[in-house]
Design a protein around this ligand. Structure first.
Ligand code: RIB
Ligand code: CA
Length: 333
């Protein structure tokens, strides 16, 4: 099977960085563009980080463009306590490995979708969904040409920034609502599954055995990224949120999903940014046809998306280690 073309919209961010490495090293992925969006840090900082990652990974021939520097409506949230003041604290970064494309992210997304056959390009979003929402509103005629959107975000139960909201959705709930309401198919890689791929010491020993400068860089990323998770949540290692979204495109069998309507709460006092996933229709009732006991809303008429519910954890780590092995040493320092 030919590699799947993807455009990565990201906010590097430690796990975004690993996602970019996976996208570049995976033989199942053709990375055709990278766009940045404010999220883990300011647009300027995440963009500088993305360009530095191009040098770390040895990425060539891929356009990098920056996009939205703030959410559509709400306040900007920057979780410096997790990714640090630079957005990629921990490892010493090299200089830029790519020139910034003069186009806005939305224009690069549009040109990329136009430049490929309809149904070829998958948009992988690992940050706030502002750029994708602006693209869908600016180029409604191109939405149907997109193979699909695979996004790290949300959860069918719970949140990390609040009890109800995950960061990428809460960072711009209005944008997320536009993305889930658009006509393209969305695969939601939420906390329910990303919290199953923790970069534990055992997994990091496997990464270390790759023995390259890039694998060593990943270890430095995980070391810093894991500090907040260890301190605040006693996690044995940080979740590989964003790389799992890329892995789900490289090999869809790595993620078990159910079809379900998804809505984004934009007004709730305690639930703003919540992805409201209607699982009522996806679980069999007593082995018979799934049914909904009193339907008190119009979920019946909503488009169904794919929602991650389980992961082939070993399969994910094998994919990441294989990608890092293929990248080899890039001598970025
Ligand atoms: O909630 C996790 C998500 O928020 C990840 O994409 C991480 O990089 C941050 O953007
Ligand atoms: Ca991210």
């Amino acid at each position: 099977m030919p590699p799947r073309p993807i455009l990565l919209d990201c906010d590097p961010g430690h796990d975004d960085a690993v996602a970019m490495l996976l996208a570049w090293g995976s033989p199942a992925i053709d990375l055709v563009g990278v766009t940045t969006v404010a999220g883990n840090q300011t647009l300027e900082k995440v963009t500088a980080n993305a360009l530095a990652l191009a040098r770390v990974a040895g990425i060539a021939g891929v356009p990098f463009a920056k996009g939205a520097d703030c959410p559509l409506v709400g306040p900007q949230l920057i979780p410096a306590e997790i990714h640090g003041e630079s957005g990629l604290d921990g490892p010493r970064l090299p200089g830029p490995g790519a020139d910034l494309d003069p186009r806005h992210a939305v224009d690069l997304i549009a040109d990329t979708v136009r430049g490929h056959a309809s149904g070829e390009v998958t948009l992988v979003a690992t940050g706030a969904l502002t750029n994708l929402a602006l693209f869908a509103r600016t180029h409604p005629d191109l939405v149907g040409r997109v193979a699909g959107v695979t996004l790290m975000g949300g959860a069918h139960h719970g949140g990390n920034m609040t009890p109800a909201a995950e960061f990428n959705i809460l960072a711009d709930p209005e944008a997320a609502a536009i993305v889930f309401d658009a006509s393209w198919p969305v695969t939601m890689v939420g906390l329910d599954v990303t919290h199953k791929v923790l970069a534990t010491p055992e997994r990091m020993e496997q990464i270390a055995r790759v023995g390259t400068d890039v694998a060593g860089f990943v270890a430095e990323l995980v070391d810093f990224f894991g500090q907040a998770y260890k301190a605040e949540r006693r996690y044995p290692g940080p979740p590989m949120h964003d790389p799992l979204a890329v892995a789900a495109v490289a090999d869809p069998s790595v993620l078990a999903t159910v079809a379900a309507p998804v809505r984004v709460e934009t007004r709730g006092e305690y639930t703003r940014g919540m992805t409201v996933v209607d699982l009522r229709r996806t679980w069999d009732v007593a082995g018979g046809e799934p049914s909904i006991l009193g339907v008190a809303d119009d979920y019946e008429n909503m488009s169904m998306h794919r929602v991650g519910v389980d992961v082939d954890v070993d399969g994910f780590w094998h994919m990441l280690i294989d990608a890092l092995t293929r990248i080899g040493n890039t001598h970025f320092r």
